[in-house]
Design a protein around this ligand. Structure first.
Ligand code: MG
Length: 287
């Protein structure tokens, strides 16, 4: 059997625990996405989009249904208060769930028109802004109300601003550790790349050059670790990229991943959502 860990640079070995290999924690899903470690809820939350269900996986007792129906939830993250932020693809909105279960709609329209299909989401901790992508996945072309495939910034006062509109299919997004840069993927068939933007002091975006091209597969979702390395989905598993874009190594997964997230009580597990399975591998890097 092929070694599931493929090291392409010496520093990659230090990114994983010695002897680490991916394990499957749960299976039987339709298409899982949006993993996030959510301590206030007790573990890892993730979405099974077509099943219209969200799950909670705990280290102690495994898997339970977290929400059903989930309005075809996709990407998830947590904010500084520990609340769960969710892109509800089916309801075409972004919500916040407090640890007590109360749900608040954060955004569902822009300039009087419904959002397309919020997909993935990230919080900029230093100012509490919420950034999300709004591609047209899951809705028919005639149902699109927004004029472009946009990325939005939602400020704490509720103001919604377009920060990027030159994507075909904006998808995953994640900040660098210093939050000076925002990475956004485009999963349109001709692109399959991650772009890198600088966040200006007024929180508009500059730059946007292609940082990495992912092939085979798509950079649907990805996370940045404390050292600024990007851990992204690809067709063959998870790719780990250096902050300068070099491919450091790969974790091969039997199913194509959609996304990953650091978590566990010591923050040293990388959880991976991949089609019908939830996988995990122990890492040396801290999320
Ligand atoms: Mg996505």
């Amino acid at each position: 059997m092929m070694d599931p860990v493929v090291s392409l640079a010496p520093e990659f070995e230090a990114c994983l625990e010695p002897g680490a290999a991916p394990v499957r924690l749960a299976s039987g899903f339709q298409f899982v996405e949006g993993p996030v470690w959510a301590p206030a809820f007790g573990g890892l939350i993730f979405s099974d989009i077509p099943a219209d269900r969200m799950y909670l996986w705990r280290e102690t007792d495994g898997l339970t249904v977290f929400r059903e129906p989930s309005r075809h939830a996709n990407g998830n993250t947590v904010d500084a208060a520990g609340c769960l932020l969710t892109c509800e693809q089916g309801a075409r909105r972004v919500t916040r769930t407090a640890p007590d279960g109360r749900i608040t709609v954060l955004a569902d329209a822009f300039q009087g028109k419904r959002l397309n299909s919020p997909n993935d989401i990230a919080v900029r901790r230093r100012d509490g802004s919420v950034w999300f992508s709004d591609p047209p996945y899951g809705i028919p072309p005639e149902a699109q109300e927004q004029p472009a495939q946009q990325v939005f910034r939602l400020d704490p006062d509720g103001t919604l601003t377009v920060v990027a509109a030159d994507f075909e299919k904006p998808n995953g997004l994640c900040f660098s550790p210093d939050e000076e840069f925002l990475y956004i993927s485009d999963t349109f068939d001709r692109h399959h790349h991650i772009r890198r933007f600088r966040v200006r002091p007024d929180r508009s975006l500059a730059g946007g050059e292609v940082f990495a091209v992912i092939a085979p597969g798509k950079p649907d979702g990805f996370r940045v670790d404390a050292a600024g390395r990007i851990w992204t989905s690809s067709g063959e598993g998870i790719w780990c990229l250096a902050p300068d874009g070099r491919l450091l190594g790969k974790i091969l997964i039997p199913e194509s991943p959609s996304n990953c997230a650091f978590g566990g009580t010591d923050d040293r597990t990388l959880f991976i959502t991949a089609r019908s399975g939830l996988y995990a591998i122990r890492v040396g890097a801290v999320g």
